[in-house]
Design a protein around this ligand. Sequence first.
Ligand code: HEM
Length: 388
Amino acid sequence: MDEVWRRFRADDPVHWHPATERGPGFWVISRYADICAVLRDDARFTSEKGNVLATMLAGGDTGAGRMLAVTDPPHHTELRRLLLRAFAPRPLEGVARRVRRATRLLLTEAVERGECDFARDIASVIPLATICDLLDVPEADRRELLTLTKSALASDYADPDAGEDRLARAEILLYFADLVKERRASPGADPISLMATAELPGGRLSDDDIVLNCYSLIMGGDETSRLAMIGAVHAFMAYPDQWAALRNRAVTVESAGEEVLRWTTPTMHFGRAAVADVELDGRTIAAGDLVTTWLVSGNRDESVFAAPDTFDLARSPNKHLALGYGRHFCIGAHLGRVEINAMLDGLRTFVAGMEPAGTERRLYSSFLSGISSLPVRLKAAEPVGWEE
Ligand code: HEM
C-alpha cells in the first residue's frame, strides 16, 4: 500500500473516489498538510455525518451530536471538557500503575512459557482491562465484554458477519445501560459517574447519551492501542537494529512510543463532511461532500518525515497524525501512550530476544490496520531497572 499512497500524494492528493453500489462518492486526502487543513477546519467540516468511511457511506452515525467523536461544538466542547477531567495524566496515575503491573505479569508469564500469540495472549488483554479499570467495570464482567467488543468491531476475517456485529453492539449498549443506572444511584470518580452527575450548559446527559459515550470509549481505546503494541513487536522482529536500540537504552521509551504510533497508525483514516465549498490543491470540495483523511498516508509524507519508510525509534521531530489532529485529537492519547510505553519498557526489561513462531494474520478493514495474530518465541532477560 505504501507505493499506492506515495502515488496519490504525488499525483492526485485530493482524489475523488466515485460512487459505488456501497454508497456515494467521497474525497481521498493523502498529504499531511491537507489532512491537517481539513481536521483543523471545524467551520467548514462536520463530524456529525460520521467520522469513519463505513458509517458515512451508510448515511450517518446514530450517535451524531451525542457521542464525543461525532459531535460538533458547542456540545463537543462541553462534553470534552467534562471527560478530560478523567483523562488527564494526574487522575490516570492509578490506572497507569496498574497498566505497568499487568504488563509485567503478562510478559513474565509469556517468557516463562517461551512461546505465545503476542496478539491474543498479551496485547489484547491490556487495553480493554485498562478501559474497564478507568470506567470501574466490575472484574467479573470483563471477559464477556472483551468477547463482545471483538465481534462488534474487529474484522479479523475476510467476510465479517454483519448480524453478529450488530448483536454484540446491542449487548454492549445494554450492559452499559445497567452500569449507568448504578452510577446515577452511587457515583464515583470515573467517566461514567462524571457524565451521570454533570450539569452541562445544554442540560443533563440522558442515559442513552452516556451509554453511547461508554461504547465509544471502549471502541476507541481497545483495538487501537492493541494494534500499536502488536505492530511494535512485529517491527522489532523485522528491524533487529531498532530492537537493539530499545534494549540497549540507546533511545528513550517515549521516543520509541511515538515512532511505534507513526509506524503502525492503527486507525488508517478518519472522515468529515463538508458544510461549505472548500478549495484544496486546486480541487473544489462541494458542500455536502464526504471527505476521508488518510492518516496512514500523512504519516509517510516525505515532505514532513525524513526517510518516512524507515522505522527509526530516535526520530525527532515526530509530529505524526496517529492520534489525530485538531479539536477531535484523541482524548485517550495519554492513556494509549501509557499502555504502549509500558509495553515497550516491559519488552526491553523482561525480554532478551524474540522471533516469529508461526504465521501472522492481518486484519481485514478499511479503518483499522494491523495484525490480529502474531505467534512469537520470547527469550527471558535478567530484569533490571523496572519501577511500578
Ligand atoms: C479520537 C486514535 C487510544 C478514545 C481519536 C482520533 C484518533 C484516535 C486518530 C481522532 C478521530 C477524529 O478526528 O475523528 C487513537 C489511537 C489510540 C487511541 C491510535 C491508541 C494507540 C484511545 C483510547 C481511548 C480513545 C485509549 C479511550 C479510552 C477516543 C475518543 C475520541 C478519540 C473518545 C474522540 C475524541 C473527540 O472527538 O474529541 N483517537 N486513539 N482513544 N479517541 Fe483515540
